[in-house]
Ligand binder design. Sequence first.
Ligand code: ZN
Length: 136
Amino acid sequence: MIQFDFPEHMDDLLYFTNRKLSDGTKILAYVHKKSCPECDNALMGKPINPKTKKIQIRAKEYVCPNCGYEEEKLTHENTLQLEIQYTNPQQTEKKTTHTAYKRKTYKGIPSFVFLNEFTQEKCAITKRLKAKKDED
Ligand SMILES: [Zn+2]
């Protein structure tokens, strides 16, 4: 079975998901954090609550932990790309692609959509219904 190249530093990711579709297709998708455009000295992320030390997943902005520079959520996310690795249904070959880090409604569910070149069909990475730690 073909293996994905996993990102080396999970802490440098804003989003990460690992999926298996009903036809056998496996998908790995992730977004790298962006370097702060102000100081270029740190990766921007969601703010951290100083009391609980927890990431404020529902925050409306991203901040630089080094200089405090802020970017509004959508402005920031519009500059990011979702990197995708996926296999054919037999899991013998893989391809890589990327798409905007922006969910579209696909069959009624907010999803990241890309063209699967093995099947020539649209492939949706659907939003999970229950909020998990690594996703919002
Ligand atoms: Zn900065």
